[in-house]
Write a protein that binds this ligand. Structure first.
Ligand SMILES: [Zn+2]
Length: 59
């Protein structure tokens, strides 16, 4: 399975695509980091792959 993650541009915390997709917009979970991460920040390729293979990420 392909791992799809987004790395916070400010602190480098890695967030999994399924967390982003649940929330669409979420505050970075990094300690003390106020960045906002969006599902839309993933590359188009990653987003479409994720949406096409969503079931795999729900296990
Ligand atoms: Zn961060």
């Amino acid at each position: 399975m392909r791992i799809i993650t987004l790395e916070c541009p400010d602190c480098g915390t890695v967030v999994a695509a399924n967390e982003l997709e649940d929330n669409r917009i979420m505050k970075c979970p990094g300690t003390g980091c106020e960045s906002v991460l969006r599902f839309d920040d993933l590359s188009e390729d990653d987003r479409s792959f994720y949406l096409d293979n969503k079931e795999q990420y729900r296990l």
